[in-house]
Design a protein around this ligand. Sequence first.
Ligand SMILES: C[S@@+](CC[C@H](N)C(=O)[O-])C[C@H]1O[C@@H](n2cnc3c(N)ncnc32)[C@H](O)[C@@H]1O
Length: 427
Amino acid sequence: MKQITLFETEEKNVKVSKSLKELPFKRVRDEYFDFKDTPASTGIYGIHPYPAMFHFLVVREIIKNFSKEGDYLLDPFMGSGVVAGESLISGRNFVGYDINPLAVLISKVRTTPLQFNMLFETLEHILKTFRCQKPEDVEFPNVHYWFDEDVIKNLSKLRQVVFNIERSEVGDFFKVVFSETVRRVSRARYEEFKLVRRKDNNVPDVIKTFREVSLKNIGLLTDFYSKFTPRNVFLKLEERNIMDGIPLEDNFIDLVITSPPYGDSKTTVAYGQFSRLSLRWLGLEENVDRASLGAKPKDVHSGLPSNILYKYIEEIASKDERRAKEVFSFYADLYACIQIIAKKVKEKGFVCFVVGNRRVKGFELPTDKISADFFESQGFEHQKTIVRTISNKRMPVKNSPSNIRGENDFTMRYEYIVILRKKGSLI
Ligand SMILES: C[S@@+](CC[C@H](N)C(=O)[O-])C[C@H]1O[C@@H](n2cnc3c(N)ncnc32)[C@H](O)[C@@H]1O
C-alpha cells in the first residue's frame, strides 16, 4: 500500500482547502474537515446519542488516507463505535475498547446489520406482549426522583419483554432502543449529558416513545447497510479500562483513530453520568467516571515528557494549586494510556489522536501539543495537526473551569486531529 500524508496535494485522494492557514505546533486549520452540512448523527450514527461523537466523515477521510483494505485499526476509547462502523464498510479489521458498557452496547448494535422484516416483526411482538406483562419492583438510587410512577411501571414491563428476546443481536438492538427511551421519558434534560432535572412536565408516553425510537433505529440501520455493504472483516468490541493494558500483540496495529476524554469527568464530559440512568435500567455496572482519566488525584511530579505541560501547570498552580493537581492527574493518566497505545502500533503505522483544547482558569491547555510530545517520547514523529470546528458534535461549548456554578468559560470549539507516525528503520 502507498501511505500518503494529508498534505501532499498532488495525491488525488487528498483535499486541502483554500483557507488552510499555518499555525503554531504544526497546526493547520482546514475547513474541509468541518463537514458543516452533514450532521454527525447521520445513518447508523443516529442510533442512540453519545457525547463527543466523532464526525463519521472525518473518520472516513482518515481511514482512506492512512490505511488500506485488510489493515488492523484500533480505537481504545471507542465510545459509540464510529471508527468501528467505518471500518466495517471500508474493509478494515477493527479492535475497540471502552470502559463504558453502554458505549460498547451501542457500538455493537451500530455494527450489526439485521433484516428489516425481522426487526419489524420483533417490534410488533414486543408491543403485543407488553400489554400482558406485570410491572416488577424497580429499585435503584433516586429512581423515583428521575422517573414518574407510571413511567417506572411501563419501563419495567418493557424491560422484561426486551430482556426475553432470544437472539442476542436482536435483544441488543432493542436494549439500545430501550436505553434511548429511558433517556427520553426520564425527568432528566434530554440534551444535557450531565444529569440535570428538567423543569417542564411534558414527559412523553413510554410505549409511544419506544415505538418511535424503534422505527427510527430500524430505518437507520437497514437503510445504512443497504447503501454501504458490510465487509467481511474481523471486529472485536470489548468493555475494558485501557489503563489495565491492551490485550494485543505489540507492533500489530496499522492505524489508531481515537479520541480520549478531553479532561476529568468533573469539569468536562461525564460519560458515566450521561449513561447512568440507562445503565441502571439495563442492570449494567457503572464505574465510568470513577475510573476515567484523572479520576485518581496525583501529586505533581517531573516524569512527564512535555515541557509545555509544566509551563501551564505552573500558571494554573499560581492561581489554584488543587486545580493544578487535578489537571496534572489527567495528563499523567493520558500519558500512561499513550504509552500503552504506542506499543501496539506497527513501525511506520499511524496514529490520529483527536483532542479538544479545554480552558482551565482562563488558560487554554494545548492538549494537542502535549499529546504530540507524549507520542514523540514513545518513538513517533508528529506530522501535522488538523484543526476543525466541532459545530456538529454533541459537546458543551461552555464549561465551568473554576468548578463554580454559573462561572462558565468557552471551551472546545475546535477539534485537533493530531497525526503521528511511528518511526521505523526506513524513516
Ligand atoms: C471522546 S469519547 C469517544 C467518543 C468516540 N470517538 C465516538 O465517536 O463515540 C471518550 C471515550 O473514552 C471512554 N473512556 C474513558 N476512560 C477510559 C479508559 N480508561 N479506558 C477505556 N475507555 C475509556 C469513555 O467512556 C468515552 O466513551
